[in-house]
Design a protein around this ligand. Structure first.
Ligand code: EPZ
Length: 411
């Protein structure tokens, strides 16, 4: 059952609606625990990372109902730290450090797991907590954090980190005094978390810029919030439409969040029409090569780099892709080369010569975005491709196969 068989030479046609953002939802869900009263989240994607988070919370005594895409969380029964076994399955369990530290001045959280995309330290999260008065110890594979007096602090992040920015925001909401995060991440998901926390009664200013100011408050209350659309899911369909030379309307999105990708697609010769809440992508027979450098938002997103690389194998000439966020995020290159792609890896840069006719073969992956990338590669390849490990896709994409099928694809 873990094998996906895809016939090559297919074209995406039609329209698709994008679900709520994974990387928002997995921060907003733990954030609701900062209150003692229930919160309602709409547009929550039904994906495996969300289900794992809910399993972690259930184990901690939290009650919830999850109907369609509405999640109601009642944090009243919260009685313990996350189980190490469950926390280990989900990288975003690290947000429970900030939440528990803020709420109980004490947290024990297992060292986070996640996708295989190289070393992913959390030193900047810990630097922030320490600056706020927390003592941090690492024992039995878990982080133990304690703060008798959790206070505001002026924190300069050495890396622009989404996780560290959000984790420090979570802790700072209930700390005493003012916290200032400098060199903060500007991702739309950071803004989404700030909007949720402010609706809960927090005092956060500057989210979306590189300086965020959080004035601690005594208490937060439950709220009603709608998760923003998943720009990475939207980007996946945009790239798939261009690569298969199809025409797809991608709806229920915020086009502005896709600008770094839309600009590169246009540069290659893809037609992009932006509407208020949708984008129409029209592919063409020939593409111009482009160079891409991944950077924190509003730079080109690292999460779309493996997918964009597939598209570049179809451009006429040489393209360069440099990875500047997760330095060893290249697990898609060996399977692509197995399909016949002409790619050379030099340090953090992939040099891609195109156009290449990819040939279907047996592939394997353990990474979410690589799995999505290989599906696109399989769609444009000659003959049949088998992907083992494709279920990684279910960690981050809601009904991916069904959505592809609705665009005319046979899987
Ligand atoms: C989030 O990871 C996402 N994950 C990732 O999405 C995404 O690739 C990444 O942000 C960048 O956009 C979640 O939201 C759970 P970072 P995160 O902290 O927060 C270095 C996907 O495919 N760094 O912004 O863990 C780090 O090594 C996933 O959906 C430190 O050095 O990423 C990396 O090079 C994969 N020390 C860079 O910063 C730290 O303390 C950015 O990482 C923290 C990070």
């Amino acid at each position: 059952m873990d094998k996906l068989v895809i016939k090559g030479g297919q074209t995406l046609l039609g329209s698709v609606k994008v679900s709520g953002a994974k990387n928002s939802a997995i921060a907003l869900i733990p954030a609701t625990l900062l209150s003692d009263t229930s919160s309602v989240l709409d547009n929550v994607p039904r994906i495996r990372d969300v289900f794992i988070y809910l399993e972690i919370l259930k184990n901690m005594g939290v009650k919830y109902t999850f109907n369609q895409n509405q999640l109601i969380i009642d944090p009243n029964g919260l009685h313990s730290f996350p189980s190490p076994h469950l926390a280990n399955q989900l990288r975003a369990s690290y947000y429970l450090m900030g939440v528990m530290l803020a709420k109980f001045r004490h947290a024990v959280v297992r060292s986070p797991g996640g996708c295989e995309i190289g070393l992913r330290p959390i030193d900047q999260h810990l630097k922030g907590f320490r600056a706020m008065g927390a003592k941090v110890q690492f024992k039995d594979n878990s982080y133990h954090l304690t703060a008798t007096h959790l206070h505001g602090a002026h924190i300069y992040l050495d890396e622009v980190s989404v996780g560290a920015t959000m984790n420090i925001m979570l802790a700072a909401t209930l700390a005493e005094g003012l916290t200032i995060i400098e060199n903060a991440a500007k991702e739309p998901e950071v803004i989404d978390l700030a909007v949720l926390l402010n609706t809960m009664g927090a005092l956060i200013k500057g989210a979306g810029t590189d300086t965020i100011r959080i004035k601690g408050v005594k208490k937060l209350h439950g709220c009603h919030h709608t998760v923003i659309p998943d720009r990475l899911e939207a980007g996946t369909f945009m790239i798939a439409a261009a690569a298969t030379k199809g025409k797809v309307t991608i709806g229920q999105i915020i086009p502005k969040h896709l600008e770094p990708l839309s600009a590169k697609l246009r540069e290659m010769g893809v037609t992009i029409q932006e509407k208020d809440e949708s984008i129409i992508v029209t592919g063409h027979p020939k593409y111009t090569p482009v160079d891409v450098k991944t950077l924190p938002y509003p730079g080109f997103p690292t999460d779309l780099q493996p997918l964009f690389t597939i598209l570049l194998t179809q451009a006429e000439g040489t393209s360069l892709v440099s990875e500047h966020v997760h330095l060893s995020r290249f697990s898609h290159i060996p399977p692509l080369m197995k399909m016949g792609a002409n790619i050379r890896l030099e340090g953090r840069t992939a040099i891609i010569h195109g156009p290449t006719t990819l040939i279907g073969t047996d592939l394997y992956t353990e990474d979410l975005r690589t799995a999505a990338a290989l599906v696109i590669a399989a769609l444009i390849a000659k003959e049949e491709t088998t992907i083992t490990g494709w279920r990684q896709i279910e960690r981050g994409y809601e009904q991916f196969l069904l959505k592809l099928q609705s665009l005319g694809v046979e899987i």
